[in-house]
Design a binder for this molecule. Structure first.
Ligand code: ADP
Ligand code: MG
Length: 397
């Protein structure tokens, strides 16, 4: 699989380039709270600007469901975007139609235009080909730099590739390269951490991981469901009793594929998940009937550190405990510190992704110390599931 990128395009000067980016940034009362997604498209935009392309940015924002929803206008992020890109940015209050076409066509080489929220049109999420063709008509080349949205077959991520030569942007290329290093061509031993709240949302991931990794560490509500499936009582802990068969199937498949499943040895328990509850440590097979597990215990933290010291590759999804309520963030924090140290010393290639996982690592100030933290939530998870993402399929030859 060879990914075509903007580096492979010869003559960008004066070319109208439609760039699908993910500017779905968190906004509160008109203020952009986190500019990560903007910051990460800078390399692509800079490259195109330097090459003298006419840069036309396409993005969605929120879920307007095909309607014009004024408070989901991309106009509100314009000042933050100009700031992040370090260039002036023009804006048109629609992504297709006369005005968009006129401004796009008269754009000076090396300048940037942001079009209004693509999801203001019904055609976007329906992957309507007519709408895709209208978008395509605004430029001569399509660049996808929105890995985070490429698991969706929408007009601006997939349909449009039917009408224009299509290549990946630099963020997209970096995401794919980092992800391929963890599951497509990883250095062994390969370890995966899979945690979070529900087995049911992560079944395909679990099924794919047992085929790919040497050790699979389970924690959180995933671990308690697996413990229950093995006949170990888990008290009031999060446990999806209707997923027992699935969990047992995954255990069997792991055995067949030489994947070591690692469950916590000890857990921190509380009578109720709430702030101020004091956790106590119990061996994992002694969770009291009236208590709920909220974090991994110190023995497990130590065991995971040992595993990390021997591992060469780590893929991590899911906080190891209820990190939102300290001190139940202890396990996630201690293990993340080891991941950071091992990565920084050059002995581990580490990739993490998932909404809450990234939030936890960022909050702990450790995201920057991993090899790669995926900006993508759903797309990262589908990639770990082993799926071909529709927005990427058109970019490879
Ligand atoms: P991600 O968004 O990174 O894929 P998930 O959404 O699957 O992760 O899971 C994250 C959630 O899992 C967090 O909100 C965290 O509080 C919760 N969680 C972790 N461990 C436990 C546990 N032992 N009991 C209940 N919830 C847990
Ligand atoms: Mg989540």
């Amino acid at each position: 699989m060879k990914l075509k990128t903007i580096h492979d395009v010869k003559n960008l000067k004066g070319l109208g380039v439609l760039v699908r980016v993910d500017l779905n940034v968190p906004v509160h009362q008109g203020k952009v709270l986190d500019t990560t997604r903007m910051d990460r498209i800078v390399p692509t935009v800079d490259f195109l600007v330097q090459a003298g392309a006419r840069v036309i940015l396409l993005s969605h924002f929120g879920r307007p469901k095909g309607q014009v929803v004024p408070n989901l206008s991309l106009r509100q992020i314009l000042p933050a975007l100009k700031n992040a890109l370090g260039h002036p940015v023009q804006f048109v209050p629609d992504c297709v139609g006369e005005e968009a076409l006129k401004v796009a066509q008269s754009l000076e080489p090396g300048s940037i235009l942001l079009l209004e929220n693509v999801r203001f049109h019904e055609g976007e999420e329906k992957n309507d080909l007519q709408f895709a063709e209208q978008l395509a008509g605004l430029g001569a080349l399509y660049v996808n730099d929105g890995f985070a949205v490429s698991h969706r077959a929408h007009s601006s991520t997939q349909g449009i590739t039917n009408f224009l030569p299509s290549v990946a942007g630099l963020l997209m290329a970096a995401e794919i390269e980092a992800l391929s290093k963890t599951l497509t061509h990883p250095a062994p031993p390969v370890v995966a951490f899979l945690s979070g709240s529900k087995v049911s949302t992560k079944l395909s991931i679990l099924n794919n991981l047992v085929l790919k990794v040497d050790s699979l560490v389970l924690a959180g509500g995933i671990a308690t469901t697996f413990l229950y499936a093995k006949g170990i009582p888990v008290g009031k802990s999060l446990c999806e009793k209707n997923q027992i068969k699935e969990a047992q199937g995954i255990l069997k498949s792991a055995e067949k594929n030489n994947c070591r499943i690692i469950l916590p040895q000890d857990v921190m328990v509380v009578p109720e998940i709430k702030e101020g509850a004091l956790p106590t440590c119990v061996p994992v097979d002694q969770i009291p009937e009236d208590q709920t597990a909220v974090d991994i215990g110190p023995k497990t933290i130590k065991a995971l550190s040992e595993i990390l010291k021997k591992a060469k590759t780590l893929v991590w999804n899911g906080p190891l405990g209820v990190f939102e309520i300290p001190p139940f963030d202890q396990g996630t924090r201690e293990v993340a510190k080891t991941v950071a140290t091992q990565t920084q010393s050059g002995s581990l290639f580490s990739v993490a992704g998932g909404g809450e996982t990234v939030a936890a690592l960022t909050q702990m100030g450790l995201a920057k110390d991993l090899s790669y933290v995926s900006t993508a939530g759903g797309a990262f998870l589908e990639w770990v599931e082993g799926k071909t993402l529709p927005g990427i399929a058109a970019l490879v030859s």
